[in-house]
Design a protein around this ligand. Structure first.
Ligand SMILES: Nc1ncnc2c1ncn2[C@@H]1O[C@H](COP(=O)(O)OP(=O)(O)O)[C@@H](O)[C@H]1O
Ligand SMILES: [Mg+2]
Length: 371
């Protein structure tokens, strides 16, 4: 079995799994200095875009393609490559199709999708120079963006005015005070498996992105039913016709006790380590199984576990374990260190949350500053 992986940045997460599955890995990457290139059996440095990966997929006669793309921008092009390779050459591409990517890639379209399907999303209005009266605080959102790049919380009328030039194409969304939640959903051959709801901390007025917060899984909030989150997430993936893995962002309003759906990303998620630690399902390995034809939803459901998982941003941390050899949660008490230099994170698995914190203490990790 020969698979083309597009993008080297996340390849360290699955290098060992691909080997174990006896896959010949072909890897394309546009950055010649990228890490992980040498982890593949065959590697190509190519210009940006999907033209060369297509050429290489055909030339190398691969059995399937797995895009490992962690950013939004190339997703449209990837979905077009999917259409082309699947329809014209019979090569499966483990990624969401164009329609799905278009809806998820534009936050306004996503909201329209939620409303149409009666899924709760925070109230919003289009934002423009001549905006009508807006209750503050309010969240301004560009139609596109990730990692908080197109999102700003306006606290005062003057904040709002200052935002006008930058937020021309955008909408103003009600600020929701409560817990940020997300869930990854696997979907392939019309079978859907929602994994585990993850808690990413509370929303803050200074718009601290979940990347910089302490996160836990499974979600444990008394008034939130995890099964409801999973069911709704499954429903969303089915309605959207997603393929591969997606993640869905939710904010639980503590006062109203309502879960509001805010965003969908049709790509591997930053929460994948927490998901793997807690559920024992590594979403990227599942993409490989989808590519090889081995993936069965029933089998995933059988393997699903419920460990306690804790993820802490560590910034700069000296370790020789942040590499492809140590990416597996192999037993009931273990941890994985990941992320780029200066932005490292540790994800700890245990049989109770207390034990997970005990591990953090043993490793001298200062997590109290995240409270
Ligand atoms: N309605 C909201 N109320 C409160 N905080 C919000 C709201 N929408 C977004 N945020 C904050 O901004 C972050 C980024 O918003 P999101 O829509 O998920 O965009 P991104 O694509 O940048 O992740 C969220 O994780 C949350 O911290
Ligand atoms: Mg988000």
């Amino acid at each position: 079995m020969k698979i083309l992986f597009i993008g080297a940045r996340l390849f360290d997460d699955i290098a060992l799994y691909a080997k174990k599955e006896r896959i010949t890995s072909v890897l394309t990457e546009s950055n010649p200095d990228s890490k992980n290139l040498e982890l593949a059996d065959i590697q190509y440095v190519v210009p940006r875009g999907m033209e060369k990966p297509k050429e290489i997929a055909l030339k190398e006669d691969v059995d399937a393609v797995v895009p490992l793309i962690g950013i939004d921008k190339p997703l449209i092009e990837v979905s077009m490559l999917k259409e082309d390779l699947e329809n014209n050459y019979g090569i499966p591409v483990v990624a969401s199709p164009l329609d799905t990517v278009i809806t998820a890639g534009d936050k306004l379209k996503t909201k329209e999708f939620f409303i149409k399907n009666e899924i709760k999303t925070p109230d919003f209005n289009k934002f423009s120079k001549n905006h009508s009266k807006i209750d503050l605080p309010v969240v301004l959102k560009k139609f596109e963006g990730q990692g908080g790049s197109g999102v700003k919380i306006a606290l005062t009328p003057s904040d709002l005015e200052e935002c006008i030039p930058y937020f021309e194409e955008s909408f103003a969304e009600k600020f929701v005070e409560g817990f940020e939640i997300s869930i990854e959903v696997l979907r392939w051959n019309n079978k859907t498996v929602p994994l585990v709801p993850v808690c990413k901390g509370k929303t803050t007025l200074d718009c601290t992105h979940p990347l910089d917060k302490l996160k836990t899984a499974p979600l444990n909030i008394e008034s939130v039913n995890n099964e409801y989150i999973k069911e709704t997430a499954k429903n969303i993936a089915d309605l959207l016709g997603s393929q591969g893995v997606i993640d869905i962002d939710i904010i639980f309003d503590e006062k109203e006790e309502i879960s509001y759906f805010i965003e969908i990303n049709t790509r591997p998620s930053g929460t994948r380590y927490l998901t793997a630690a807690s559920s024992d399902i590594n979403p990227l390995n599942e993409l490989v199984d989808m590519a090889t034809g081995k993936w069965k939803s029933k089998n995933v459901l059988k393997r699903l576990k419920e460990y306690y998982a804790l993820e802490i941003p560590m910034g700069d941390y000296k370790t020789d374990k942040n590499n492809y050899k140590f990416r597996n949660f192999h037993d009931e008490n273990c941890f994985v260190i990941h992320g780029p230099e200066k932005f490292q994170r540790i994800t700890i698995r245990s049989t109770s949350m207390q034990k997970a914190f005990d591990t953090a203490n043993k490793l001298n990790i200062d997590y109290k500053k995240f409270y």
